[in-house]
Design a protein around this ligand. Sequence first.
Ligand code: AMP
Length: 418
Amino acid sequence: MENFLELNINAEIIKVLEELKITKPTLIQELSIPKISENMNVIMQSETGSGKTLAYLLPLIERIDYEKRENQFIVLVPTHELALQVNEVLSTLGDKSSLNIKSTVIMGDVNIKRQVEKLKEKPQFVIGSPGRILELIKMKKISAHTVKTIVIDECDKLLDKNNLNIVKDVIKTTLRDRQLVMTSATLTEEALSIGESLMKSPKIIKCNDDSTINPNINNLYIVCDRRDKILILRKLMASINPRKAIAFINKSDEIEILTTKLKYHGLKVDGIHGSFVKNQRQKTMLDFKSERINLLVSSDLSARGLDIEDVTHIFNVDLPEDINTYVHRSGRTARGDKSGTVISIISPKEIAQLKAYSKKLNFNLTEKTISHGNIEDVAVVVKNYKKSNAPSDKRSKPSEKSSKPRKNTAKKDKRDKR
Ligand code: AMP
């Protein structure tokens, strides 16, 4: 499909999309928009960065009843950052057109009074976490009976055992004939069957058969001792000087320590995880978006749904604990039609797990090493090393060599040990 006109999208919205360089619907948009417009229940799966947000927002915008001052759509999301992002898309479309689109973000751990004030404006879209939205429905600040559609974004996360009951409670407060739309890049069998049990004759739209990696992502890995992972991360940052990179860590409590170390070494870096206060999280995200920092150290909080422009590199300092997390972390790069690189920094023990991910997700994996500050193929480095008649210990020798202080950087490298 060549344009949004064929999907019966409002001409003004099409014009705004054109300004944003969005002219041709992606596959998930082409397949989902007509079904959502027809008020069908939809479960959609498509790879990260493929335009799922617009796939559900565009048909819902077409169905806004501007005559009625009431809440019409609820979008449930797992994180504050994602809520702000969906809200921003709606604000942009509203501000740049004459359409009176109104939306508000409702999240837990934030002053409820301000949210109540915002709700008095009767936004058509209420975006946020299931817990706080349910609380405000019970307080009669959100009018659940006027809601035409509930979107469950990142549905496999929101339908897991921690969130399922609250999501079900939110659904129960709305009328039986309201529409349900669920979306994710990774749809587990469990999420799919729960989704189906909650919906009347859902239309399942899968743009890929299984969880999959965006083909525009180059997947690399570097093997090192566990204790050298941070040193390798610093070398990668120095070698690549990425525009924007995210380093993922499994344990939230290590984020602050790592960030402090990296700052000490002069990197433009900050950290983010779930237990940081919302204001601090927001400031860090703004710094990252505006390129005041070019490395974000994060827990998996940032892995879901976040659409930050021009993230060029993802570093897995810890290997993701499950395959879907690999997909979501990787999906923070190569958004839209861009490409990106994922580099997993792994210990020898983690090689088998990473290879299992690549086999299951069917992506190519290339081993690299850092030699004299350059990222090189392991094979090339070994060959060059042999040429100089060095003993042929395949992996450790070249990387040992690469960590030798260089002439004019000796002072800096003295601080290398973490
Ligand atoms: P999403 O998967 O919804 O997070 O969207 C990923 C990125 O793709 C966002 O930056 C969107 O603005 C962009 N995008 C969405 N739809 C299109 C499209 N049809 N053509 C080009 N870019 C798009």
